[in-house]
Design a binder for this molecule. Structure first.
Ligand code: FES
Ligand code: MG
Length: 574
């Protein structure tokens, strides 16, 4: 059967004025006549930037993808997309995830390309790029930038983020000098690549493997490992075949693929941020996925991977222990084995071929690293739209707790009062932070793991129950209840909490309740007003975002971006 001409031929295959325009101007980049004969044109979507060490080496890595594309008979064309440096952008890179998704979506749709390879790595780039690509639905593969080498400091390994939180609490508690603290900076991040803990970047890269949108071992190979270049080359080979076979992203991103991602997420003790990103991605491809799916499916899986922040090791050890394919092997019958992947193999076949090389790092279901973890999804009158908690990063004794609220109306209020020795707080109090949801901050920043009051740190307190509509870094830990939905700014019950209110958290029964009677809550609701939006948010991206962003339980996507539209564009440009 004759193959249907590729999408790019609608631009490059025409022998008229329009074909002349499309070909002539791209020939200006050095492409010869014969590459327009109908072979696959592969977009290489690159988030390289000097603002982000996590993706600093992607220009180099892109060359290996291109080699692979040329070798397989395709034509690679690289194009940029915004880089979203997690540690540099204010108020939070999350504010721009959906902007990247829009940029990627329309860059793919508008240009004459047949398939795309997404190069990203830092937390928000992986979901942002994939969400955008999913809304166009061409053959698509992911190459992640890979983790940094382990941090090395004072004779021991230190982990991205996780040890920043640890050290800064030690400084606040008077147990570490500022000189020591600052000396760890260059030892923590000592190569390019993404955070070396199981933070959001490594979590999302691992979920790319579980979703089946990249080649095996994409998540764990260090950014500087030569085998990552090989993986990039092989991805270039493979994307050409996917275009020839017309294997679109929607054929990979099935319900089973999302279930495998949830299983993987639980097994690795993954970042809470992945919940928001997977919900948003599912919304793009029309897969029914709910918050409760994370709790229900993840509950079957114990913690299998011993990495910070839930455990001890870092991504280098995870790589050398076998990485994600080895975890899938240990998932055994839980793995949705028939799920197909871009590699051409099913997940079952990939798991079958894997080995675990270090039992300290990757456990078994019979002898796991920790008990069933994943995420707990809480409901109650304080979070009718849900809230989440990562039990593997929490203090077991606090997983059932009743305490009085110490309320911070916004992040400025928190910063102004948390160090006050007269703050009426003790270790049984519950810290409540408002105004940090998608609309409130805006962008739902990673501030939910509020630093504790110094007067309690000095007494040896290292964890407290904390509740907010914010997110927290995937590298962070603590008994931190996050993503309370609806957020305070949208008028959720969180907005009504006052100092001294009693709050009951019961993790095992998954409830979170404000113990204030209905009549009193109704009275407070009648008095409540949303904070005035600062005028700098009255225009541009901020305005579009605040006006249209969905709550955390819908993945904080923009309401009009949910779903996908055809890759076809019928009208010509001239
Ligand atoms: Fe980019 Fe952690 S800051 S991956
Ligand atoms: Mg982060």
């Amino acid at each position: 059967m004759a193959r249907k001409p590729l999408r790019s031929q609608r631009s490059y295959g025409k022998h008229d004025r329009d074909g002349f325009i499309h070909r002539s101007w791209i020939k200006g980049t050095g492409l010869p006549d014969h590459v327009f004969d109908g072979r696959p044109i592969i977009g290489v979507c690159n988030t390289w930037s000097e603002l982000v060490t996590c993706q600093f080496h992607l220009r180099d890595l892109a060359e290996y993808v291109k080699r692979g594309v040329w070798e397989a008979g395709g034509v690679p064309i690289e194009f940029p997309a915004m880089s979203l440096p997690e540690t540099q952008m204010r108020p939070t890179a999350m504010l721009f995830r959906n902007l990247l998704a829009m940029e990627v979506e329309e860059s793919i749709r508008a240009n004459p390309i047949d398939g795309v390879v997404l190069l990203g790595g830092c937390d928000k780039t992986t979901p942002g790029q994939l969400m955008g690509a999913a809304s166009v639905d061409l053959p698509t593969m992911v190459v992640s930038s890979g983790p940094m080498l382990n941090g090395k400091w004072h004779g021991r390994d230190i982990g991205s983020g996780t040890d920043v939180w640890r050290f800064s609490e030690a400084v606040r508690a008077g147990e570490m000098s500022l000189t020591d603290f600052l000396s760890a900076e260059s030892s923590m991040s000592r190569s390019h690549g993404t955070c070396n803990t199981m933070g959001t970047a490594s979590t999302m890269a691992s979920l790319m493997e579980a979703l089946g949108v990249c080649l095996p071992n994409n998540a764990a190979l260090p950014g500087v490992d030569s085998r990552r270049k090989t993986l990039a080359h092989l991805t270039g080979n493979r994307i050409v075949q996917l275009v020839k076979d017309d294997v679109r992203l929607s054929q990979i991103l099935t319900r089973e693929a999302f279930e495998n991602a949830i299983l993987m997420h639980a097994a690795i003790g993954g970042s809470t941020n992945a919940v928001v990103h997977l919900l948003a991605l599912a919304g793009r491809v029309g897969i029914e996925l709910s918050l409760e799916d994370f709790d229900r499916i993840g509950r079957e899986v114990p913690l299998l991977v011993n990495l910070m922040p839930s455990g001890k090791y870092l991504m280098e050890e995870f790589c050398y222990a076998g990485g994600c394919p080895a975890v899938m092997k240990e998932l055994g019958p839980l793995l949705r084995r028939e799920a197909i992947t871009v590699s051409g193999h099913t997940q079952g076949q990939i798991a079958e071929a894997a080995e675990v090389w270090n039992r300290e790092v990757i456990g078994t279901r019979e002898a796991p690293v920790g008990p069933s973890s994943g995420v707990w999804v809480l409901r109650g009158n304080l979070c009718p739209g849900g809230a989440i908690l990562k039990p593997s990063a929490a203090t077991p004794a606090l997983l059932t707790h009743r305490g009085r609220a110490v309320v911070f109306e916004d992040i400025e209020d928190y910063h102004a009062r948390i160090d006050d020795p007269d703050l009426p707080v003790d270790e049984t109090s519950i810290l409540v932070l408002k105004g940090c949801g998608p609309k409130g901050y805006p962008g739902m920043p990673e501030v939910g793991n509020m630093a504790l009051p110094p007067k309690l740190l000095h007494r040896g307190v290292r964890d407290m129950v904390r509740i907010s509509d914010a997110r927290m870094s995937g590298t962070a830990y603590g008994t931190v209840i996050l993503h309370v939905s609806p957020e305070a700014e949208a008028g959720g019950p969180l907005a009504l909490v006052r100092n001294g209110d009693e709050i009951a958290f019961d993790g095992p029964s998954r409830t979170l309740d404000l113990l204030v009677d209905e009549a009193e809550l109704a009275r407070r609701r009648a008095e409540w007003e949303a904070a005035r939006t600062p005028s700098q948010f009255d225009r541009g991206w901020y305005k579009l975002y605040i006006d249209t962003v969905l709550q955390a339980d819908r993945g904080a996507d923009l309401d009009f971006l949910v779903g996908k539209s055809s890759p076809d564009v019928t009208r010509e440009s001239h």
